[in-house]
Design a protein around this ligand. Structure first.
Ligand SMILES: Nc1ncnc2c1ncn2[C@@H]1O[C@H](COP(=O)(O)OP(=O)(O)OP(=O)(O)O)[C@@H](O)[C@H]1O
Length: 259
């Protein structure tokens, strides 16, 4: 969706004053933003700036101390655990940096994809297998590997399988934590290409954490730059990266250029 149009629509996600503290230490503090349908928001910043804390607090993996998260107007933090789990299986999805955290390594690739459909009530074996085959093709995994376990896959294949497992149920919002981290550069490039295509074709909204500004540039429409748990700058990706206003963002951008 073009951003001008997006701004006139109702936000899918409205985050206000989100704060998570670890004792005396700040995880993230006073983070507020809106996310619209089809929009990709990148969260960037150096190690320890609070990116993961923000993502896990948003996705309900841990409870923030203050603030609110509204999903299509509904207060997510007030949901009972069962409601939160249901949301994570239906409208939301979470792609972990390490595919081992997002896959079941002991069951086949096909079962990994089918499991999420079954969790939403699918029971017809033929349909589940057909959906698994369709998604293997979409993430460029050979259909002949459907009965293999992910432990027999390369790192890049495991990550693509994790993406298929997450997207098969048609989520509207996908959280991604450094999805290309830990992969070789050529494997990263292929995965980024695939992600870009899927995000565009499916009209997904995405919140992606990355320390890699090249990944942010390729995938994100908008960026939030974090430092010491706070958002120090936000804006359209090209604006933030080509004309950074905050001295910290300028440092981040120039340190990449010097490499
Ligand atoms: N479980 C925890 N207990 C105590 N402090 C924590 C915990 N998790 C994170 N922190 C602290 O919160 C701050 C933000 O950390 P966070 O992991 O969110 O940053 P990050 O930007 O995701 O870093 P990285 O890129 O290295 O993962 C840091 O000071 C960190 O030490």
């Amino acid at each position: 969706m073009d951003l001008l149009h997006a701004q006139t629509a109702t936000p899918l996600l409205q985050v206000s004053g989100l704060t998570k503290l670890y004792g005396p230490r700040t995880g993230c503090r006073d983070v507020s933003f809106d996310l619209y349908r089809g929009e990709v928001l990148g969260i960037v910043g150096e190690s320890g700036s609070g990116k993961s804390t923000l993502l896990t607090s948003l996705a309900g993996h841990q409870r923030p101390d203050r603030g609110s998260v509204l999903w299509q107007g509904q207060d997510v933090l007030a949901l009972p655990e069962t409601g939160r789990r249901k949301l994570m299986r239906s409208d939301w999805a979470y792609v972990h940096q390490n595919p081992r955290d997002g896959l079941r390594m002991g069951v086949s690739a096909g079962a990994n994809i089918g499991e999420r459909l079954m969790a939403l009530g699918a029971r017809h074996y033929g349909e589940i297998r057909a959906a698994a085959l369709d998604w293997l093709a979409r993430v460029e995994i050979d259909a002949a590997r459907i009965d293999d376990r992910p432990s027999a896959f390369s790192g890049g294949m495991q990550q693509r399988l994790q993406i298929a497992r997450n997207l098969v149920t048609g989520p509207k919002l996908v959280f991604m934590d450094e999805p290309t981290g830990g992969l070789d550069v050529s494997v990263q490039a292929r995965l980024l290409d695939l992600l870009r295509g899927l995000v565009r074709d499916l009209g997904l909204s995405v919140i992606i954490v990355t320390h890699d500004l090249a990944v942010a540039r390729l995938l994100a429409d908008r960026l939030m730059v974090m430092k010491d748990g706070r958002v120090v700058e936000e804006g359209l990706t090209d604006q933030v990266l080509d004309d950074p206003q905050h001295s910290y963002t300028q440092l981040l951008v120039s340190s990449v250029l010097q490499v």
